[in-house]
Design a protein around this ligand. Structure first.
Ligand code: KG4
Ligand code: ZN
Length: 331
């Protein structure tokens, strides 16, 4: 099982990615072609543009992943692909391609849940990750707190009731004229600002494990409209502080409640420097193993899909070829 070679394919949003991973751990290649430039002028991902770009990019991306891994089709033990959740047209490109390759190469097809793949990103970089763990998954599309009980067993503790954390970063950045994607722009600008300058609300701070960010975004808009001369860096820093306060407090409380041994973060927002620093601090204070994946492993990639596919293949075997894309798939 440690020698199984899996090709992973990821097309659920605006990243076209392919990777070859051995034994669910050893990454031979990981190719990610981001479409971020194609979507930037629209201030967000345009589904139709994403699907078309996947069609153009996926074959060369798969070829490059195979070539740079030094792997031939007959070396593969499975082709794993994200089947959901995500944009249906974007998912279909990956799923159709993975199934076609599976048929032509006579290699089993394995359906992968994108959220499960994000969780597995942790194990790719930290093989000694201890379970049970609490995972905070924060990206442009999702914000969830997960209790990872044991390999293959996850329990959703809470999630956003409106905007995802990354979406809040993107919307606030857009309002402040900082461009797209907004997370990295706010992160950078916040370094020059005072996080205590403006007391933005901390939505649902002490209230369960669900999140809400749309009211916070409105609070930012209202504050800037009322105070047109406010320093943008202070707004960015104070907004970021409010988001991070909520994320960190809930993750910490969840870890204490379930008796977690480790705290992990994942998803694009896990690249946020303030969130990383604060999570690390909590882990040191509470005696938890911290797992903060590298930036490349936080954002969408196919190595995590191949790793999750390896586990799925060993647990459940191949997936049927009549399986379609599942845009609303849950963890
Ligand atoms: O996981 P991801 O690449 O794509 C999905 O949404 O699935 O996450 C992208 C999101 C965007 O909303 C982006 O603004 C946010 O992650 N992001 C950040 C940072 N880098 C990326 N948010 C806050 N701080 C960052 N440094
Ligand atoms: Zn993702």
């Amino acid at each position: 099982r440690d020698q199984l070679v899996v090709l992973g394919i990821e097309t659920s949003c605006d990243e076209t990615a392919a990777a070859v991973v051995v034994g669910g751990r050893r990454v031979l290649s990981s190719v990610v072609s981001s479409q971020v430039d194609l979507h930037a002028r629209f201030g967000g991902v345009v589904p139709e543009i994403a699907s078309r770009a996947h069609v153009e990019l996926l074959t060369p991306v798969v070829a490059e992943a195979m070539l740079s891994a030094g792997v031939e089709p007959h070396d593969l033990d499975a082709v794993a692909c994200t089947v959901g959740p995500g944009l249906v047209g974007a998912l279909l490109v990956g799923v159709s391609t993975a199934k076609a390759l599976s048929l032509v190469w006579d290699v089993p097809f394995v359906a992968v849940n994108h959220l499960e793949a994000h969780l597995h990103a942790a194990f790719l970089e930290e093989p000694d990750l201890q379970l049970p763990a609490v995972v905070l998954l924060v990206s442009g599309g999702h914000t969830m707190l997960v209790h990872w009980e044991e390999m293959g067993r996850y329990r959703l503790l809470g999630q956003t009731v409106d905007d995802a954390a990354g979406e809040a970063f993107d919307k606030v950045a857009r309002f402040l004229g900082l461009g797209y994607p907004g997370g990295p722009a706010i992160d950078a600008l916040a370094m020059d600002g005072d996080p205590t300058a403006i007391a933005f609300p901390r939505p649902m701070l002490d209230n369960g494990y669900d999140f809400s960010f749309s009211g916070l975004k409105t609070a930012v808009v209202n504050h800037v409209r009322k105070n047109p001369d406010v320093a943008t860096a202070d707004v960015a820093a104070s907004f970021q502080e409010a988001v991070v306060d909520v994320l960190v407090a809930k993750a910490r409380r969840a870890a204490a409640e379930i008796g977690a041994k480790a705290l992990c973060i994942g998803g694009g927002v896990a690249a946020n420097s303030q969130l990383r620093e604060r999570m690390l601090g909590v882990c040191v204070d509470d005696g938890l193993q911290a797992f903060l994946p590298s930036r490349a492993m936080c954002t969408d990639n196919a190595a995590m899909v191949a790793a999750a596919g390896w586990h799925r293949f060993l647990a459940d075997g191949a997936s049927p070829l009549d399986l379609g894309a599942e845009p609303n798939l849950r963890l």
